[in-house]
Design a protein around this ligand. Structure first.
Ligand SMILES: C[S@@+](CC[C@H](N)C(=O)[O-])C[C@H]1O[C@@H](n2cnc3c(N)ncnc32)[C@H](O)[C@@H]1O
Length: 239
């Protein structure tokens, strides 16, 4: 079996997502039993909660634009959707249409070098993306650079796969079932092994919250969803 891409190797990771872009949305829904839709919606509501400054928002690791679309529908914001993977952005663009989705500006870019000026967005989302970017503290520092003081960052990500959940059934699913279904539907051997592996090695929620604080976010809070399979973190860029 070939070595998996290393998170942070944006070129290779984006290449891998490019190969599964056509089946990405379907697999998301199948592998999470449709829960991914509620998880993203909760994140978008957390970003748009009262207190968010006016102005455009960033959707980092935007992929096929599901979060960007929710941001325009629920928040009527202009969304800068940044991702280094062109096929993912193009798959998203194909479903955006002329409605509120027209306020989405897809931009090819890397989370470590955002193509945005300092303090230029009111807030940012990153859904199932922070796992792919290393070093993570640099990614958080870059997000802190572009979010204006008082603005908000929300992070949706799987909890660490090191913790046993549901009597170990979830961990068995991660290791043995998810990569097989992923390969069957997408035809790609690497991408869903990479998913399982990066979830397993991801830090716990307390560590992630501390990394956000160190990058200059305060009022950092998190909550578990679906029994700790996924965590939603939110913080406010210090004034
Ligand atoms: C699992 S997908 C998540 C997509 C979308 N946010 C969602 O909720 O479905 C992860 C995304 O991270 C992107 N990505 C990988 N490396 C990145 C980097 N260095 N900076 C920004 N995005 C990156 C991939 O191209 C991919 O589209």
């Amino acid at each position: 079996m070939a070595d998996l891409p290393v998170p942070g190797d944006a070129r290779r990771v984006a290449g891998m997502f490019g190969r599964v872009a056509g089946s990405y949305d379907l697999l998301n829904h199948v592998l999470s039993a449709g829960l991914d839709i509620a998880w993203r919606r909760a994140m978008v509501r957390a970003l748009l909660a009262p207190g968010l400054p006016v102005g455009p928002v960033l959707d980092l690791a935007a992929g096929t634009l599901d979060v960007s679309l929710l941001l325009t529908r629920l928040g009527r914001r202009t969304v800068v959707a940044v991702d280094p993977c062109l096929p993912m952005l193009l798959a998203g663009k194909a479903k955006v249409g002329d409605g509120p989705g027209a306020a989405i500006r897809p931009v090819l870019g890397d989370g470590l070098r955002l193509p945005l000026p300092d303090a230029s967005v009111a807030g940012a989302t990153i859904a199932f993306g922070i796992r792919n970017i290393r070093p993570r503290p640099d990614a958080f520092a870059e997000l802190a650079r572009v979010i204006r003081p008082g603005g908000r960052l929300v992070v949706l990500e799987f909890g660490t796969g090191k913790r046993r959940l549901w009597g170990g059934a979830y961990n068995f699913y991660l290791r043995n079932v998810l990569p097989k279904i992923g390969k069957l539907v997408s035809g790609d051997d690497e991408a869903y092994r990479y998913l399982a592996e990066t979830i397993r090695e991801f830090p716990d929620e307390g560590t992630l919250a501390e990394e956000m604080r160190r990058a200059g976010f305060h009022e950092v809070r998190y909550r578990a969803m679906t029994g700790g399979i996924v965590f939603l973190h939110a913080g406010v860029k210090a004034l």
